[in-house]
Structure formats: C-alpha cells, structure tokens
Design a binder for this molecule. Structure first.
Ligand code: ATP
Length: 871
C-alpha cells in the first residue's frame, strides 16, 4: 500500500475512495496500534526547518563587509612595507571580529528558534472511534481529523464531511479571501487553490466545521514541499535595526570622506604613505559603528527571552521594541482578568432566586435546558457550559441520564455574534444565551402560576441585580419547533478575578497606561468585574459603552468617546477593529487581546496583537504579535515592563557606543590635523575597539530593569531613539575621551616617560573613561548614584575582564611587542583613576544640570497652563 502519495490526485477522487486507499474508516479513525506503526514508518508530522547556510558559510559571511575589506587591505599594505607585526595584529583583529560576530549571531538566532518551538499545536483526531486532542506532530497519513473554525489545518487532508467550511489559504496561495470547501472531487488538473475537496497544512479554518482524512504529513505536505518558511536571515531585521543600519551607512560615508581628507592632508605634509594609510584605516574602523544593528538585534533578542520567562511569547523582534511604548491595553474579561472558572451561584426562575442546591421542581427544566443545550462533558469544554452541568448535578440531577433520554437531533452552535446556542431534541428545542437575545425571541415565560406573557421590565431589573454582583447571566428557553420559545429562567455564575491581574492593572495605571476592558458580556457584569480588578475606582464611576451605543455614536464623537471609555460591553469582534482604529487615530500605541477567529483583523491591526496560548484559536495566535502562555493579564503587564526595559537598554547601549566610536576616530583625526604624533596608534585603536565594544558595551544588553520603569509615563509615541539630549551627551563624552587621551599622553611625555609608555597610559586613560561612563549610562536621565539599578553580574564581569585585559596589554611582553606598549608605574595608573573620576563627575554634573533645566521648564509650563486655566 502506498500512503504518502504526494503526487497522487486525492482531490480528483471521491473521499470514500481516498479513505479506503489510506486504509481507514472515516467513522472510527485509525486504531491506536496502526497509528503508532504509521508514525514509526512516516515519522513525525513536522516540516523540517530549512537548514540555512552551514557554519562555515556563516563564518565567512562575517568577512563580507566593506570595512573588513579595507582593514584587510590595510593589513596587506602594512605588511608589504615591512610592518609584519602590525599586519599580523590587523589580521588577528579581523579574525576575532568575525568570530565575535558569528557567536553573537548564532546566540540571537538560537534564542529566537527556541521560542518558536515553545508553542506546540494540537489536533483533534478520531482514533478507535473516540475523538481526542493530540499534539499535531503525532498525526499520520490515514488519521481522521476534525477541523473547527479557528483551527490551523495540521496536515494535508482530503475532506470527508463539511459544514459551511471556509479556509484561509493565504499562507499557501497568497489569496487572502477564504475559500469555500466541499467534500466533492474536482478535476485532476485543478491547481492547489481550486481543490475544494482538500485542505492543506498551515492554512486556517475561518468558518464551519469539517471531518477529513490526512493524506500527507510533515515534509510531504504542500507546505513542506515548497518550504514555505521565513528565511532565517530576515528574522533579526526590525524597523529599528534597519533604521540604525541606514544611520550607520550614512555615518560610514561621512567618516570615509573625512578619512580620505585626512589622508591627503597627512601625505601633503610629508607623512609616509603606508603609515598614513594605516592611520586613516584605524580612524575609519574605530569611528564606524559597524556592530550597531547586530548589537541592537541582540538587545532585542535578550528582551524577547526575558519576556518569555514571564509568560509572554513575542513572535517577532519589532514587537519587543514596540511593547515598551504601549499606551493603551485593551483586554478581554473572561480568562484574562478573571480565572475563567465559572460556578453557578444563583438560579432565577419565576421571580425567585435560589442557589442550585436548593432547586426544586420549579427550577428543574431550566437546569435540564442547561444540560441539553450544552456541548461540554463533565470537566471538559467551555467553562460556562461546564458550570451548567455542575449546577444540575448540585441540584441532584443526572446529566448523563438526561442526555440519554433526549438525544440531540439538531444544533446551532454558539457564536459571539448571536450570543445564543440552540439545540433540538426530537419535538422539543432549547435555546440558551445572553438574556436580551433570548428574551427578544420569547413571547411568554414560566411563572409560579404557569405560563404567562413575558414581563420584560421585571426581567431587565432582575438582570441588573444579578450582573451588578459581577455575575455572568444566561437565559434559558424551551420551544417546540415552529413556535415562539418560552423563557424558563436564568442561571447566574460567578467567575473570580485573578489576583495577579489586580496587581498588574494597578501597575499599569501607575505606569500611565490606560487599561480598557472589551467584552462580549453584559455591561453590568463588566462594570462589576472592572471595579473588582481595580480597572475603575468604583463600579458606579466606570464609563461604560455597549456595542449598540457605539454603533449609535455620530462619527465626529466616536474617537473621543472611545478614548474616554474604560469598559466596552456586548461588543462584537468587528467592533474591536473599529476601537483599535479610533485609538490609533488618537495617537495611541494599542495592545489588544483576542481569542476568536473574528478577532484576527483587530489583532493584526493593533500595534501589539495579543493571543492566548491555552484558550483561544490558532487563527488568533497566527495573527498575534505576542502569545500569553497562561492567558493572564499580568503577563501583558510584565511584557510591557520588559519592553520598556529593552528600550532603555537600547538607548543605554547606543549612548555608550557612539562616543566610544567617535572618540576613537577623533583621537587619530585630531592628531593628523594638528600634525602631532599619535597619542594612540592604529593597532592600539583596533585593540580598544575590539575589547571594549564587547566587554563593556554589550553589558548594557543585560542591564536589570530600572526600579522606576513602571512609575513613569509611557514614552511619547513619536519620540525618536536619538533625542537631542542623547546627541548632546554623545558629543560631550566623545570630546572628553579625546581630551583625556591627549592630555595623558602629553603629561606622561613631559614627566620623562618613553613614547611607548605615554601611549600605554593614553590607552588606559581612554578605556578608564569609557568604563566610568559605562557606569553613568546605567541611568541616562538621573544621577546614577541616586538611581542605581542594583547589581549586575554581567557588568561586574565586563569591567573585571576589561581591567584584566588592560593590565595584560601593559605588562605582558608579547602584547607589548604586538601593540607597541610598555609597562608603566603606579603614578600612571593614578592618572587613569583621576581621568575616569573626572569624566564621571562631568557626565553626572551634565545630567543634574539638564535635569534642573528640564524641571524648571516643565514647572513654568505647568504654571503657564495653570494661569491660562485660571483666566
Ligand atoms: P470576553 O470577550 O471578555 O472573553 P465573554 O467571554 O464574556 O467576553 P462571549 O464569550 O462572547 O464573551 O460571551 C458573550 C455572551 O454570550 C455572554 O455574556 C453569554 O450571555 C453568552 N454566552 C457565552 N457563552 C455561551 C454559550 N456557550 N452558550 C450560549 N451563550 C453563551
């Protein structure tokens, strides 16, 4: 038997024939033993990841950089003119640079790869006549699977039975309009997009339900065939890294122009050409921030890993960058703010409120309706429906016996648009759902004195009472097919708030982030829960809008009304998209949660779409930027906090790196311009560039979160990474570095040391000031001693290693030869300490000064505002 049959035209043959060929009965599925045997034979249902370039190619790719070419050329030129040692050092630097780049790139990639594996997909499969959920990678050809709206198709399948099934095949065909499926065969030559009878791995069921037989798994699927996976190289590019890459390129061009000018000047003045050449190459290599985009990607990747530890899986790097700027979080209620653990507390039948345990004959049919119009099994299914089974049991009924006595003949499943569910059991039908929806269809109701016309006013009042207690209320009705239903009563259930969510909501409010609740539930329930989790101060002060009220709003008032509302109730998924649009028009950065198929557009549109890892659908997860492993609101808050920290660390890294680069370049440039001897020679510049960029600069990626990170307002959405203040700091420190290096060099010469010794001190001073500035960078705005972010092992390690390396450079004879350095005495180290301390004081004083100026400015602005209001 041949069961992979990728080239076989399953789409052109009747489903029954396909099932027969694959050796399976669509009504019972494979046997467990047979499935295990096939798994052995065909392997797991996984598309092997594209292997990408091997390590050798990736290592070689590190040399593919104009800067490296220039550096290599400089090495060759230097070598040809007899500077063997310098040539060797340059070669070593190039090799080291490549290795560092290679290691960093692999680390970032590995971290991200690991994340993408953290979300295993499940599939619903029929085996031995029983449906169950199994990991999708255990599917085999011949398995019978069930697909529901929101599911991702787990393998290539031939459809056997369809109910209004539509599938979004854009992942495969690029066609974004969902296609209608059928179980019929089509012409053999039909292309993938036209094969109505088949569905393909990786596509999404957007509507309906289907049963299907798996025809191909793993690498033999259409998806596996075309290896439709994102190229690995693209994963680490984000808008920010691209922007930075552009910035680096522009800066590089400017530096090359300056270097060329300096070269010409030096040669005209009579400096030998090879010497001048090495000098300007050192200038360029030092000044060009070649590692910036890669380093930024690493900072982001580390942030992503930290977020995943806190329950938020970020699916792409740009999201890690955007998260920190979130100004509004729109969240679901059920499951995110609450525990989604429902318990019926009250039955309201014929005007009487009783707990389920005290239910009698009067309440019986309401409970029976809850059992029959219900898809859950005890402990398994929708928590709302499980609660209804439990309330029946508590009232002394036997759900299993009730279901056996009245087999279901027809179902209209629950949808969040209709908010109702209907089942028919022979000649009686039951309807359950939102009170308004059910009541609108009922003509009369069950009362203590028999069936009477429905008293709508009393029902509404009852609903108000129950929802004000934070209860979720469902109405139940009975009908005989063809006639209007009769209301049987209400069941009200309690869903406790998540304790973590309460703290997280408070943290968001402190952080100036607006938290809005968007729910399909009733306004009263939403209001009460909002108060319980602290989203609003009291239930009565909550500003609430319902879906109907939203629709009635005139267009010009829509945006303002949305901005000023905290709770949106009875909202349909389509309206979520409108809300995102309205908030974004108001300049907000919006994070929005969603779990259904219909939420996908809103999730895609939001700046941060958030889907649920355990509840929710594959469709929502596919559209989301972030997936919460525990569905908990607190994880969103944690991710935002980490996002802010990532953004801080990026700014810190850039604030440290740029002056280092500019300073290195300027030392050479200034010497050339002045016609003075170089205080630091080219190979030494390369040494500084190599050691400090890695051991000092990258520690900023690991900085702990600043303590006040969630006590400041969100960064203004339009604010660029390079603010004027940052630019000023960069220039100040660059200048400091150059002055310190020249000053130390001259002073050492003046005190009678050799040129090699004076240069050694100049290097140590340069690195010392860089190290002191690194400490300053731990807090960019506030004096670092007041805002000390606590211990960082990476920082201590980086500083220790740097100190060790400088000592080696100064005292190890081989390094003395290679880098033209010489041992110096204690006096010289005092220079280093003094310069580092002075540099630190200058930067801290600069912070204080500007802090004052900014404070005074905002004070006078506030005063001006106050006066304007007083007038
Ligand atoms: P959120 O968006 O915060 O998760 P929700 O889960 O309360 O809100 P829905 O699940 O769309 O929103 O439910 C909306 C309303 O539909 C509920 O208030 C309830 O009245 C009704 N409802 C919920 N589940 C069912 C169900 N299984 N059968 C019938 N009606 C239901």
């Amino acid at each position: 038997m041949k069961t992979t049959a990728h080239p076989e035209a399953f789409h052109a043959r009747p489903a029954t024939a396909v099932a027969e060929q694959l050796g399976v009965d669509p009504q019972t599925g494979l046997g467990t033993g047979e499935a295990a045997a096939r798994l052995e034979r065909f392997g797991p249902n996984k598309v092997p990841a594209p292997s990408g370039p091997g390590p050798v190619v990736r290592l070689l790719r590190q040399f593919h950089d104009p800067l490296i070419y220039v550096l290599l050329l400089a090495g060759v030129v230097t070598g040809l003119f007899g500077g063997y040692v310098d040539a060797g050092v340059i070669g070593g630097v190039v090799a080291l640079n490549a290795i560092v780049g290679f290691v960093q790139e692999s680390r970032a990639q590995r971290a991200l790869d690991a994340l993408s594996k953290m979300l295993p997909a499940d599939a619903t499969v029929l085996r031995d006549g029983v449906t169950r959920r199994i990991p999708a990678d255990r599917l085999v050809p011949g398995d019978v699977v069930e697909l529901a709206a929101g599911d991702r198709v787990p393998a290539d399948v031939r459809l056997v039975e369809v109910r209004l099934t539509e599938v979004d095949e854009s992942a495969l065909t690029g066609e974004s309009v969902p296609v209608r499926k059928s179980a019929d065969a089509v012409a053999e030559e039909a292309v993938v997009a036209d094969r109505a009878g088949c569905a393909y791995s990786g596509t999404l069921v957007t509507r309906g339900w289907a049963r299907a037989v798996v025809t191909a798994t793993g690498g033999r699927t259409e998806l596996g065939g075309i290896q439709h996976l994102v190229a690995t190289a693209e994963v680490v590019a984000t808008p920010l890294t691209r922007k930075l890459a552009r910035f680096s390129r522009q800066l590089s061009v400017a530096i090359v122009v300056v270097a060329a000018g300096a070269f010409a000047l030096g040669v005209v003045r009579g400096t030998p050409v090879p010497e001048m050449f090495t000098a300007v190459v050192a200038l360029a290599v030092g000044a060009i921030p070649e590692g910036l985009p890669a380093a930024v990607a690493i900072v982001l990747a580390i942030g992503v890993v930290r977020m995943s530890r806190r329950g938020a899986i970020v699916r792409n790097l740009p999201a890690a960058e955007t998260l920190g700027g979130t100004t509004v979080i729109c969240t679901d209620k059920t499951g995110t703010l609450t525990q989604n653990r429902m318990t019926v507390t009250t039955l309201a039948v014929a005007g009487r409120l009783v707990p389920p345990a005290e239910a009698g004959a009067l309440q019986r049919e309401c409970l029976v309706a809850g059992v029959l119009c219900n898809d859950a099994q005890p402990g398994e299914g929708d928590p709302t429906e499980i609660a209804l089974l439990e309330s029946a049991v508590e009232a002394g009924l036997d759900p299993e016996a009730i279901r056996e006595a009245a087999p279901r003949t027809h179902t209209v499943p629950f949808e969040s648009e209709t908010r109702t569910m209907t089942t028919v059991h022979g000649d009686v039908g039951y309807l359950k759902g939102a009170v308004e929806e059910v009541a609108a269809r009922c003509a009369d109701e069950v009362t203590a004195d028999g069936v009477r016309p429905l008293d709508m006013a009393a029902l509404e009042e009852l609903q108000e009472t129950l929802t004000a207690r934070g209860l979720r209320v469902l109405a139940f009705a009975r009908f005989t097919p063809g006639s209007a239903p009769t209301l049987l009563g209400l069941q009200a259930m309690h869903d406790p708030p998540r304790p973590e969510a309460i703290a997280a909501v408070a943290a968001c409010r402190d952080a100036g982030i607006d938290v809005k609740m968007i729910t399909g539930d009733h306004a009263g329930t939403a209001r009460a829960i909002a108060a319980a989790v602290g989203l609003v101060d009291t239930a009565s002060s909550a500003r609430v809008l319902t879906g109907v009220e939203l629709m009635a709003l005139p267009e010009e008032r829509f945006d303002d009304a949305v901005a000023g509302t905290q709770v949106f109730a009875r909202v349909s998924p389509g309206q979520k998209l409108q809300l995102v649009h309205a908030l974004q028009r108001g300049g907000q950065v919006v994070a929005m949660t969603g779990d259904g198929v219909n939420d996908a557009p809103a999730l895609r549109r939001a700046d941060i779409g958030v889907a649920m890892g355990s509840g929710g659908t594959d469709a929502a997860r596919q559209a989301a930027d972030m997936v919460l492993t525990d569905d908990d609101f607190a994880s969103i808050q944690a991710a935002v906090q980490e996002g802010r920290s990532v953004f801080d660390n990026l700014r810190k890294f850039i604030a440290w790196t740029l002056p280092a680069n500019i300073g290195e370049g300027m030392v050479v440039l200034v010497a050339i311009l002045l016609g003075a001897t170089l205080p630091i020679v080219p190979v030494q510049i390369l040494w500084i560039n190599m050691t400090t960029a890695v051991f000092l600069g990258l520690t900023m990626a690991f900085e702990p979160t600043e303590r006040d990170v969630m006590r400041r307002p969100p960064r203004p959405p339009g604010r660029p990474l390079f603010t004027a203040a940052l630019l000023r700091r960069v220039l100040l420190v660059s200048l400091l570095l150059v002055v310190a290096a020249f000053f130390a060099y001259r002073a050492e010469l003046a005190s009678g040391l050799s040129i090699a010794q004076a240069r050694t001190t100049a290097i140590n001073v340069f690195v010392g000031v860089q190290a002191a500035y690194l400490l300053s960078c731990r807090s960019l705005e506030r004096p670092v001693l007041l805002a000390w972010p606590g211990h960082s092992r990476m920082l201590a390690l980086g500083l220790g290693l740097t100190a060790g390396l400088q000592l080696m450079l100064t005292y190890v004879p081989v390094l003395n030869t290679w880098f033209h350095t010489a041992p110096v005495g204690v006096g010289s180290w005092l220079w280093v300490l003094a310069a580092a301390a002075a540099g630190f004081v200058v930067v801290e004083a600069d912070k204080l000064l500007w802090h004052r100026i900014a404070a005074r400015r905002s004070l006078s602005a506030a005063r001006a505002g106050g006066e304007a209001r007083a007038r």
